[in-house]
Design a protein around this ligand. Structure first.
Ligand code: FES
Length: 115
């Protein structure tokens, strides 16, 4: 086992987790509410700003307990921000509000920006 905490702290300012859980049941799930398209929208927005994975990570995840027929659940860590009902068309406004128009605002309220 290797502890990689320092490496990841240096590399990542934040991590966007997008629920893509799909379930075969009567209950709503992100997999049925456009999750794949929402993940693509998140990745595209960050790639267009040269911020995909460094400094902002993106991962798909299982259920975040914000299930809805209206869209996908997203959490941004370590900021402890949580969203539900996110549609692909919501992603630019969500990410811009969180990271600034050019993904420059990396440390939340501290004002830290990247070079
Ligand atoms: S299925 Fe996505 S939050 Fe539950």
């Amino acid at each position: 086992m290797k502890r990689r905490t320092e490496q990841q702290r240096d590399r990542l300012a934040a991590h966007v987790f997008v629920c893509t859980n799909d379930r075969d049941s009567e209950y709503a799930c992100c997999g049925d509410a456009g999750a794949d398209e929402t993940v693509d929208a998140v990745k595209s927005w960050l790639r267009e700003r040269n911020a995909f994975w460094s400094p902002i990570g993106v991962s798909t995840t299982d259920c975040l307990a914000l299930c809805s027929e209206g869209g996908t659940a997203i959490t941004i860590q370590p900021r402890n921000e949580w969203f539900s009902d996110v549609r692909p068309e919501d992603v630019p406004d969500l990410l811009e509000a969180e990271f600034g128009p050019n993904a420059q605002r990396l440390a939340g309220d501290t004002g830290q920006t990247r070079d």
